[in-house]
Write a new protein. Structure first.
Length: 610
């Protein structure tokens, strides 16, 4: 018995070992089946879901917006600034998450509720999935109220099926509103930092500065003309995003954003506002079609103000497509009429073609070949001072015809007529001046009283710097500079001063522009009343009313040019319509800069008695 018992022991030990081995193999096989099932689940059944989740949380490279340079006036006051704002966009893939989990639950043959709850637990969230659709609908309603959007329109963004992953919902909104939208925590709704352009002076500088589009790219005015200077260079950074596409961590800066450079203008915001206000009043009072005004520094050609009417507010994007956005002071040209007569007198005196003491007969009608030249009244015999004071077409035509054609043309050409003023403004007018070799018999006479040549109001103001600064014409600039590098002499100093004294008589009681006077200051200037051109000739009832002047006349500091297009309130002469606006603006500018009055000197009194 004892022997047989010892023989069974190895047999039983072998059986026990075989059983354990089978159990281990079964466990390993079961583990392999579990892993295989898991692999199938992850790679096949859950592929779409996991790809979606992977896309939602990853390391990515995002752009860093660059700050656009400021535009400032000559005193450093901001005229155009960029402020950080938020734009709202939606990720359509994230919006489809609810439908994706529903589809997965169907594929796995498990209750959708259980799957959604499991997914929420895995994400560490507390909201129960069956309520997601209702909660999201409620949040969309709240967001529609925050953004002041029709709920129907907002809902349409969330139901789009156009295949786009990135859709802007609303651009450049107030940061406070953006934070309220962010607090709603709607899956698929994301924020993006951008910059929005603001114009503190609004319509006052609208025509000059222009505006940028939604992408912060200059579209009109100086914003467009100096886009390369103002626009910065975007940077790049690597970030980590969470499951909602929000940036949760900055990893590193790949490329720093480069801010655009600031643009410092010659414009004085105080003068700009003054000119804007008075021009707007003039347009309303005269029921005009449009108007423009320019203020120049007579000593260096700096543009202190440039305004146009009608106007627009660049902060209101609804107005950006209107006709009012056109800068008429720099872009529109017109025939300057009698405002060019002082240049004809100056040219004739400078070249010795007329004697300073000459007297000219203006009785009746003056014929040049078959062409009649008329005056508004019969002025009789006039000296040079009264030729300008009365603005006689007959007298100025006779003076013009004493000069050789080439010499006469060179006067106008040297004053800048027929070429752009060159301030770097997009669409800036060049005007027109016909080459003297193509002139006909009457052309030189017509040019002497401002027909047959066209100019912008800026070009005309520039030409008057030649009289204001003792014969030196200045280039004009909208960018602040230390000096005028292109100043050149056009007339002799004594000629410019003599003509300037003559122009003081235009602003006397006997002249055509008594309403241009400024209390306490001597003013010199010239009126223009120009019939508007039409096909085949000129209109009989539509005019440009123009005045260009300077003060103090003894040593001019400023030149102001005004044009009122089609006044319809009953008056249309330049001395009645444009001159009063000149006087109001000039009085304000002289006060702003603290220019001392020059009163009435002996020469002025002597001329007044003549």
């Amino acid at each position: 018995m004892r022997i047989s018992s010892d023989l069974r022991t190895p047999h039983h030990t072998a059986e026990n070992f075989a059983g354990r081995r089978k159990l281990l193999l079964h466990i390993l096989l079961l583990a392999m089946l579990v892993l295989l099932a898991r692999a199938v689940y992850l790679q096949i059944l859950s592929k779409e879901f996991l790809q979606t989740k992977g896309n939602q949380q990853h390391v990515s490279i995002v752009p860093v917006s660059a700050y656009r340079g400021q535009i400032q006036d000559r005193n450093g006051e901001p005229l155009a600034i960029s402020a950080p704002v938020q734009s709202i966009w939606i990720n359509t893939q994230q919006l489809k998450e609810v439908e994706t989990t529903a589809q997965m639950a169907k594929t796995l043959s498990m209750p959708e509720k259980d799957l959604r709850e499991l997914l929420k637990i895995a994400e560490g969230q507390s909201v129960v999935y069956p309520k997601v659709a209702a909660i999201r609908a409620k949040k969309i309603t709240e967001m529609a109220k925050i953004l002041a959007m029709p709920e129907k329109d907002l809902q349409s963004f969330f139901s789009k099926e156009d295949g786009k992953r990135f859709i802007y919902l609303k651009r450049q909104i107030n940061p406070d509103l953006a934070e309220k939208v962010k607090a709603l925590d709607i899956p698929g709704v994301n924020l993006q930092r951008e910059f929005k352009r603001y114009y503190p002076a609004g319509a006052v500088t609208g025509h000059l500065l222009g505006f940028t589009d939604i992408e912060d790219v200059g579209q009109e005015g100086l914003e467009r003309g100096y886009e390369k200077i103002l626009r910065g260079k975007a940077g790049k950074k690597r970030v980590i995003k969470d499951g909602k596409g929000q940036i949760i961590k900055d990893v590193e800066n790949i490329k720093e954003a480069e801010a655009g450079r600031d643009l410092v203008l010659t414009i004085d915001e105080r003068v700009q506002y003054l000119a804007y206000r008075e021009l707007q009043n003039a347009m309303i009072e005269n029921k005009a079609h449009s108007a423009a005004l320019v203020v120049l520094d007579a000593k260096n050609g700096d543009v202190l103000a440039s305004v146009s009417q009608p106007t627009f507010n660049p902060n209101n994007r609804k107005e950006l497509k209107s006709a009012g956005s056109r800068n008429r002071a720099l872009m529109d040209s017109f025939e300057p009429g009698s405002t060019v007569k002082p240049f004809v007198v100056a040219g004739a005196l400078d070249g010795g073609y007329v004697d300073p003491r000459v007297v000219i007969e203006t009785h009746g009608i003056y014929y040049l070949g078959h062409y009649p030249i008329k005056d508004v009244h019969n002025y009789g015999t006039l000296d040079l001072t009264h030729v300008l004071q009365k603005s006689s077409n007959i007298a100025i035509a006779q003076i013009a015809m004493t000069m050789p054609q080439e010499y006469f043309w060179n006067i106008y050409n040297s004053l800048g007529f027929g070429s752009s003023a060159g301030v770097g403004f997009p669409g800036e007018a060049s005007g027109a001046l016909l080459d003297y070799q193509n002139w006909h018999e009457f052309d030189q006479a017509a040019l002497s009283f401002g027909y047959g040549v066209s100019t912008s109001i800026l070009q005309l103001a520039k030409a008057y710097t030649a009289l204001a600064d003792d014969g030196i014409i200045h280039s004009v600039s909208l960018l602040k500079r230390d000096e005028d590098p292109d100043a050149k002499r056009v007339f002799k100093p004594e000629t410019a001063r003599k003509v300037r004294e003559m122009l003081e008589q235009v602003v006397s009681k006997e002249g055509t522009a008594f309403l241009a006077k400024v209390e306490g200051y001597r003013v010199a200037g010239k009126t223009g009343t120009v019939k508007k051109a039409k096909a085949g000739g000129y209109t009989e009832d539509k005019y440009f009313s123009v005045f260009v002047g300077m003060a103090p006349a003894s040593n001019p500091r400023f030149v102001i040019a005004v044009v009122i297009d089609e006044p319809t309130s009953g008056q249309y002469y330049g001395g009645q319509v444009a001159a009063p606006t000149f006087a109001k603006v000039m009085a304000g500018v002289l006060q702003i800069y603290g220019v001392e009055p020059d009163g009435m000197n002996d020469m002025h009194l002597l001329l007044s008695k003549r």
